[in-house]
Write a protein that binds this ligand. Structure first.
Ligand SMILES: [Zn+2]
Ligand SMILES: [Zn+2]
Length: 107
């Protein structure tokens, strides 16, 4: 997750906060230098990228002895749908009844 879509960087010349232009994935390569023009003072400066990752923890009761909570995946074609646990993301084949339900829900 890349955070901070606003005021990503301050111009090293005038200090104006601005967004990094990430069009076409530009500016995401670590260890590369990218050029950007400051809209405030019109000077070109370069920046490099340090990508940080953030993690969020979720409860996974089914990994702690509770039942998995399965939901049908939205696969196309519908016959290839699987049942995926909403907590741990494990998958299994749907039963006949579940498949019938998925097909009905999708109509
Ligand atoms: Zn500037
Ligand atoms: Zn699970």
């Amino acid at each position: 997750m890349i955070t901070g879509m606003w005021d990503d960087i301050n111009c090293p010349y005038c200090g104006a906060g601005q967004e990094i232009n990430h069009d076409d994935g530009y500016g995401y390569e670590e260890g590369e230098l990218y050029e950007q023009e400051c809209p405030s003072c019109n000077k070109i400066f370069v920046f490099d990228t340090l990508i940080t990752f953030s993690y969020t923890g979720y409860k996974a009761d089914c990994s702690n002895g509770s039942e998995h909570i399965y939901e049908g995946t939205h696969t196309y074609p519908v016959e290839y749908s699987r049942m995926r646990c909403t907590m741990c993301a494990c998958e299994r084949k749907p039963t006949k009844e579940e498949m019938a339900k998925i097909i009905t829900e999708r109509q």
